[in-house]
Design a protein around this ligand. Structure first.
Ligand code: ADE
Length: 240
């Protein structure tokens, strides 16, 4: 899968490719990240990429033309079709279902805004989808793009060492939060590992984990239960 980042700081996002799961996926040839700086497509001595907002007010707005030229350069760099995603707090909120959908694409162009945002006409004509990573405002789309790439990269076949872990994770298969995890030592001054996990009883362990997942989701994110795929047994555990 190929990611093209249109940003004033493309190297910031490309750093992702140096570490962890994303780095390893890159090493395994499962993904590549390419940066496109609108400043390289800006005109004049100052290579201007922004201007004051029409109608007045604080901040600056990113100009159409340098961004458009950078998007087009990214498009032309590869024959695979690419959706253009704009990261902004006004977008639809990213969730694991959307991440799964994006992970199936051959290629994504990620547009990162700075300042007050980008000229709306560019969004209307060049952007396929506007996505937010949460209800808070970052100073630019780069961190949001990094979050999106990380979430999508780990779903690429072969990116994780233990493919199972993507299914078990929170939101993995059934839309529930993950259960708690423990490792050695089994006795510690901070507490003991729950006994069932040491019992060797696989059915008992699976049941305990399911109960924990259900309980946590019920306590912390009851909104997720509406969409989760629950068995009859799960519903009994939840007291429904
Ligand atoms: N840019 C600034 N804030 C953002 C957010 N919450 N999500 C995506 N892009 C952003």
């Amino acid at each position: 899968m190929r990611f093209d980042i249109v940003s004033l700081f493309p190297e910031f996002v490309a750093q992702l490719a140096a570490h962890g799961v994303v780095g390893r996926a890159g090493d395994r040839g499962l993904l590549s990240i390419h940066g496109w700086n609108p400043r390289d497509h800006a005109e004049g001595n100052y290579r201007r990429v922004d201007d004051r907002p029409c109608g007045g007010g604080p901040g600056m707005v990113m100009l159409i033309d340098p961004l458009r030229a950078a998007i087009n350069a990214a498009r032309e760099a590869d024959a695979a079709p690419a959706k253009v995603l704009y990261l902004s707090p006004q977008g639809r909120r990213l969730d694991q279902a959307k991440v799964r959908e994006l992970a199936a694409a051959p290629r994504l162009i990620l547009l990162c805004g700075r300042y007050e945002g980008v000229d709306e006409r560019l969004v209307q004509h060049e952007v396929d989808e506007e996505l937010s990573i949460g209800d808070y405002v970052l100073s630019g789309g780069e961190l949001a793009a990094a979050v999106l790439i990380d979430a999508v990269a780990r779903l690429q076949d072969g990116a994780l060492n233990d493919a199972e872990s993507a299914v078990q994770d929170s939101f993995g298969g059934d839309g529930l939060l993950d259960c708690p995890h423990y490792t050695r030592p089994v006795e510690h001054e901070l507490g003991a590992v729950p006994e069932v996990l040491l019992s060797g009883n696989h059915a008992g362990i699976a049941r305990w984990r399911r109960q924990q997942s259900l309980g946590r989701t019920w306590l912390r994110r009851p909104d997720l239960l509406d969409e989760a795929s629950l068995s009859k047994q799960d519903r009994i555990l939840l007291g429904e």
